[in-house]
Design a protein around this ligand. Structure first.
Ligand SMILES: [Zn+2]
Length: 406
């Protein structure tokens, strides 16, 4: 079957008959494509296939016009493509066919030359086998976006990191409220408040419902030359009565003594596995090793002060779980030169708190608390002096990032 045109209903019907006539082949240890999802990020579009079992596949490009082709061996399509939000910034159209009896071919017409990247994820956390196809947009456009983002902002830059996203929903409340939606809502509100303040600028690490790896979050904060970073989350535990906010900083070396904090860090750090991070995704992790010890200590101390301010302000917005900041090895807090904290807004597993987290009014209250704490922090730090000190460190980091990019 040729694939030059979208498959018409008639062709689809014929194909269905052909497949029905060959039941032995379709069922012979084949994989069923149960579902398909599409996530649009600024630098790529991600397509995810849910599979009933592992699969052999091939991804390749065709030119004039630009197309990305995915050949799935011994696969049967149950999912529907027409539910996807297409066209998106990368994909113009999507269609499928069976060029050979045992090949299910998915063809995407793309708007520009994109680099495909794929990974097959094993079942985990209730998710089946997943085939992830990332269509990476050209570097040129990404570079333009970076330049625009950097602009010539001389004031305070705050990286606002909404936890989870895309394939990774984070924790889910009893009424199905998803952590990734709460974190993004609060992050956007916080960014709005920050941007309304002269001399301050927010950089949203995640702008929509798509997955960003933990390393990339750190990289994006560094690239924006952020003066601080807030990573926003909402926790869940089995016991539904548990409630309240908590704030964490990075514990750099060795095991964390606090078992609960360690378990939480392990849970948050698993985001990469749930969300699907490609092995070829490289963001420099060497930077930390090179930064001087003194510089790291300094930054960890500021993070502690920031965390205390956060707790203090969050007390006015709702219940608190732990009255003092805790430490654990959160990957997302690893930009040592940027004072970084991770805030668990509340427990989404508590039905009453879930309702609160969903309310816009409460989201605004939380965002305001985070903002007020940030202001207090910069006041306490004697902002101008600390900016100067940090400048040399940032210069160091930037040159390392640039060296890595070349
Ligand atoms: Zn989380």
């Amino acid at each position: 079957m040729k694939l030059k045109h979208p498959i018409s209903t008639l062709v689809f019907a014929v194909m269905f008959v052909v497949m029905a006539a060959l039941p032995a082949m379709a069922s012979a240890a084949g994989s069923i494509v149960q579902d398909v999802r599409l996530w649009t990020a600024p630098d790529h579009t991600r397509l995810v296939f849910d599979l009933s079992q592992s699969i052999k596949y091939k991804v390749f490009r065709l030119h004039k016009p630009e197309r990305i082709v995915i050949d799935l061996h011994n696969a049967k399509l149950k999912a529907r493509f027409n539910k996807l939000a297409i066209p998106d910034p990368v994909i113009k159209a999507i269609r499928h066919g069976t060029p050979k009896a045992n090949i299910l071919r998915v063809v995407m017409d793309v708007k520009e030359k994109v680099q495909p990247r794929s990974l097959l994820l094993k079942p985990m956390q209730g998710k089946p086998y997943r085939l992830v196809i990332d269509l990476m947009r050209p570097q040129k456009q990404q570079a333009a976006a970076i330049t625009a983002e950097k602009s010539s902002h001389k004031g305070i830059v705050i990286a606002v990191d909404a936890g989870h996203g895309g394939e990774d929903p984070g924790a889910i409340g009893p009424r199905k409220l998803r952590e990734k939606d709460v974190t993004l809502a609060v992050a956007k509100r916080l960014a709005k408040i920050i941007n309304a303040k002269p001399g301050m600028k927010a950089v949203l690490i995640r702008k929509g419902d798509y997955f960003v790896s933990l390393k990339k979050r750190v990289y994006l904060a560094r690239r924006a030359q952020a003066d601080m970073m807030i990573s926003i989350h909402a926790d869940a535990v089995r016991q539904r009565s548990v409630k309240g906010a908590s704030v964490y900083t990075l514990s750099e070396r060795g095991a964390t003594q606090d078992r609960a904090a360690r378990a939480l860090a392990a849970k948050e750090n698993a985001a990469d596995e749930v969300g699907g991070v490609g092995a070829d995704e490289i963001y420099d992790s060497q930077v930390n090793k090179i930064l001087s010890d003194m510089f790291r200590r300094d930054s960890l101390n500021s993070a502690q002060i920031l965390a205390e301010e956060m707790l203090h302000k969050l007390k006015g917005a709702g219940p608190i779980k732990y009255g003092i900041p805790k430490r654990a090895r959160f990957f997302v807090l690893k930009a040592m030169e940027i004072p970084s904290v991770l805030v668990e807004l509340d427990y989404i597993s508590n039905p009453a708190r879930e309702r609160k987290l969903k309310s816009r009014k409460h989201q605004q209250k939380l965002a305001t608390a985070l903002f007020d704490a940030s202001i207090r922090f910069f006041e306490k730090m004697g902002r101008l002096k600390s900016k100067q000190d940090r400048a040399s460190g940032q210069q160091q980091v930037l040159s390392l990032l640039n060296a890595n990019a070349n």
